[in-house]
Design a binder for this molecule. Structure first.
Ligand SMILES: *[C@@H]1O[C@H](CO)[C@@H](O)[C@H](O)[C@H]1NC(C)=O
Ligand SMILES: *[C@@H]1O[C@H](CO)[C@@H](O)[C@H](O)[C@H]1NC(C)=O
Ligand SMILES: *[C@@H]1O[C@H](CO)[C@@H](O)[C@H](O)[C@H]1NC(C)=O
Ligand SMILES: *[C@@H]1O[C@H](CO)[C@@H](O)[C@H](O)[C@H]1NC(C)=O
Ligand SMILES: *[C@@H]1O[C@H](CO)[C@@H](O)[C@H](O)[C@H]1NC(C)=O
Ligand SMILES: *[C@@H]1O[C@H](CO)[C@@H](O)[C@H](O)[C@H]1NC(C)=O
Ligand SMILES: *[C@@H]1O[C@H](CO)[C@@H](O)[C@H](O)[C@H]1NC(C)=O
Length: 449
C-alpha cells in the first residue's frame, strides 16, 4: 500500500462530535475523578452542601491565587474538583477550618467505565462469593488482576485492604449506595478508592488487561494495569474488529505516558501497518476516525519512567461518511497534509505486529473450599483493622478531617444496619492532610506541573 492510500484511510476529526450518546455518559475516565471537569457545584444532587468558589477560598490551600493557570481544573467557579490526588472530587464548603470544611462530592456522571458502583455488603452472603484476599498493599489493580487470573468477571474492594472476586450477576442485591460511601483509600495507593466499611466498590475484571479482542460497537480500553501505572516491559495487543463497520472513531479520553519510548499505536488490522503512533512527546490532541472495520491497538513500555497510561474510547460507525467529498478544496488539502504527516510518522515506526497476545478467556469460576478459611481470616483482620483505625482516628485525625458518613445526608436511613453502625467510627478515616494548611502542602501533586 502506498503512502497516499494509507493516508486517505485515516482522517483527523474536527473536534466537535457527539460520541458519548449511548454507553458512555461518564465524565470521568480516571478512577478518582482527577479528570472531572463537569459542573456539579454541590456535594450531592440530593440536598448536598453548596460548594465555595475556588477564586474565593484563599484561606485554604487550594484556590486560584495559588493555582492561577487552571491546574487541577481550578478556576473562577465552584465545581467539584480533585486537584490533590484524593480518591474523589471534592470541594470546600466552609471558610474556616473548624469542623467539616470540605466534603467529597457524589457525582453520578463521574464514574469510569468498568467501575460498576458502590454497593452495600452485609457480609452474609457478600455480593461476590468467589475467592477473597486481603493485603496491606492492596490497589484496585492488584485485586482486579487476581480476579482476572482466576477467571472471575468482577472484582470488589472493601475497607481499603480486602479484595473479593466473583461472577455473581446479582451483586446489586443489597442495594447501591452513593459513591462517597466508597472512599476508603486503598492501602497500597492512597489516590484510589477501595470501598468502605460495609461498602464494596466493584469493577469489571477486564480493566487493565494486557490485550484482548473487542467486537462490540463501542467500548473503552484501558492501558495495562490501569488505574495503577503500567509496569515495565509491557507489549500488549488489542484487536478491535467490528463486523460491518465502515469506520471506527477513537478518542483518547485520558493520556499519561512519560517517555518517548513508551508508546501507543493503532495498526491496520489487515496489513499490520502503523496508522498512528503516540508517545510521551507526541500526545493525541484530537479524536479521529479510521475507516476500517479492523484495527489493532498496540502498547509498549520500556524499563523506565512509568505513568498511569491511557483510556481509549472507540465507537464504530456503519455509514461511510468519507465517501462524500463535499469539503472545500482548502479543507481537503489540509486534511491530506495532516494525514500525510501522520503517515510519515507511521512510516518511521518500524514496529510490526509479531504476536497477538491473548488474555485468558473466562470459563465459569469455581469456588475453592478454603474460601471459608479466607473469610474467617478476613473477619479477624477486619476486626484488627477496625481497632487500629479507631485508634488512629482518636489520636491523630480526630477533628481535622471532613466526614463523609451518611450522617449529613438528609434521606439516608442507615440506622437499621448493624453492619454499618458497627463500622461507623472509622468511615471518615482518610489519609489526606493535604487540604490542611501547614507542612503537608509539599505533597501537593500540582507542584511541578
Ligand atoms: C467519523 O465518522 C462518523 C461516522 O461515520 C461521522 O459521524 C463523523 O462525522 C466522522 N468524523 C469525521 C471528522 O469524519
Ligand atoms: C450551581 O449551578 C447551578 C446551575 O449552573 C446554579 O443555578 C446554582 O445557583 C449554582 N449553585 C451554587 C451554590 O453556586
Ligand atoms: C469568582 O468567580 C465568580 C464567577 O466568575 C465571580 O462571580 C466572583 O465575583 C469571583 N470572586 C472573586 C472574589 O473574584
Ligand atoms: C474526547 O474525550 C474528551 C475527554 O473525555 C472529551 O472532552 C471530548 O469531547 C471527546 N471528543 C470527542 C470528539 O468525542
Ligand atoms: C476547487 O478547485 C477546482 C480546480 O482545482 C476549482 O475549479 C474549484 O472551483 C475549486 N472549488 C472550491 C470550492 O474552491
Ligand atoms: C506537516 O508537516 C509539515 C512539515 O513537517 C508542517 O509544515 C505542517 O504544518 C504539518 N501539517 C500538519 C497538519 O501538522
Ligand atoms: C483473540 O483472537 C485471537 C485470534 O483470533 C485468538 O487466538 C485469541 O484466542 C483471542 N483472545 C481472546 C481473549 O478471546
Amino acid at each position: 500500500m502506498d503512502l497516499w492510500t494509507l493516508s486517505l484511510r485515516i482522517l483527523l476529526l474536527p473536534s466537535v462530535l457527539v460520541l458519548c450518546s449511548d454507553l458512555f455518559h461518564s465524565e470521568c475516565y480516571t478512577v478518582n475523578g482527577a479528570d472531572y471537569r463537569g459542573t456539579q457545584n454541590q456535594t450531592s444532587l440530593d440536598c448536598g452542601k453548596p460548594c465555595l468558589f475556588w477564586n474565593e477560598t484563599f484561606q485554604h490551600p487550594y484556590n486560584t491565587l495559588k493555582y492561577p493557570n487552571g491546574e487541577g481544573g481550578l478556576g473562577d467557579h465552584n465545581y467539584c474538583r480533585n486537584p490533590d490526588g484524593d480518591v474523589s472530587p471534592w470541594c470546600y464548603i466552609a471558610e474556616h477550618e473548624d469542623g467539616v470544611y470540605w466534603k467529597y462530592c457524589d457525582i453520578p456522571t463521574c464514574r469510569m467505565p468498568g467501575n460498576l458502583g458502590c454497593f452495600k455488603d452485609h457480609g452474609n452472603p457478600p455480593p461476590l462469593t468467589g475467592i477473597t484476599e486481603t493485603s496491606n498493599k492492596q490497589t484496585i489493580q492488584t485485586c482486579i488482576t487476581m480476579c482476572r487470573r482466576q477467571r472471575y468477571k468482577y472484582a470488589g474492594l472493601e475497607s481499603g485492604f480486602a479484595c473479593f472476586c466473583g461472577n455473581n450477576a446479582d451483586y446489586r442485591k443489597h442495594g447501591e449506595t452513593p459513591s462517597t460511601d466508597c472512599n476508603s483509600v486503598c492501602f497500597g495507593d492512597h489516590t484510589q478508592p477501595c470501598g468502605g466499611d460495609g461498602r464494596i466498590i466493584l469493577f469489571d475484571s477486564l480493566i487493565g488487561a494486557c490485550g484482548g479482542n473487542y467486537t462490540k460497537e463501542a467500548s473503552v480500553i484501558y492501558s495495562p494495569d490501569f488505574p495503577d501505572s503500567y509496569g515495565s516491559g509491557k507489549a500488549c495487543y488489542w484487536t478491535i474488529q467490528v463486523p460491518g463497520a465502515a469506520s471506527i472513531h477513537f478518542n483518547f479520553t485520558f493520556f499519561d505516558i512519560k517517555d518517548s519510548r513508551d508508546m501507543v499505536e493503532l495498526l491496520d488490522g489487515y496489513t499490520k501497518q502503523v496508522l498512528v503512533r503516540f508517545d510521551g512527546r507526541n500526545h493525541p490532541s484530537q479524536s479521529f476516525n479510521i475507516s476500517l472495520d479492523f484495527v489493532i491497538l498496540y502498547f509498549f513500555s520500556d524499563r523506565i519512567n512509568h505513568a498511569q497510561g491511557f483510556s481509549l474510547v472507540y465507537k464504530a460507525y456503519k455509514e461511510r461518511t468519507m465517501e462524500k467529498p463535499q469539503v472545500s478544496n482548502q479543507t481537503q488539502t489540509e486534511l491530506i497534509t495532516q494525514t500525510a504527516n501522520l503517515s510519515i510518522n507511521a512510516a518511521r515506526s518500524s514496529k510490526i505486529l509479531y504476536v497477538i497476545t491473548t488474555s485468558p478467556s473466562r470459563p465459569t469460576g469455581q469456588v475453592p473450599g478454603w474460601t471459608i478459611y479466607a473469610l474467617t481470616a478476613l473477619l479477624i483482620l477486619t476486626l484488627i483493622a477496625i481497632l487500629v483505625k479507631a485508634l488512629l482516628h482518636l489520636n491523630i485525625k480526630s477533628q481535622r478531617l471532613a466526614t463523609t458518613t451518611s450522617l449529613d445526608s438528609c434521606h439516608r436511613g442507615s440506622a437499621g444496619e448493624i453492619w454499618s453502625i458497627f463500622y461507623k467510627p472509622s468511615t471518615s478515616i482518610s489519609i489526606f492532610p493535604k487540604k490542611l494548611k501547614g507542612p503537608h502542602d509539599d505533597r501537593n501533586p500540582l507542584v511541578g506541573e
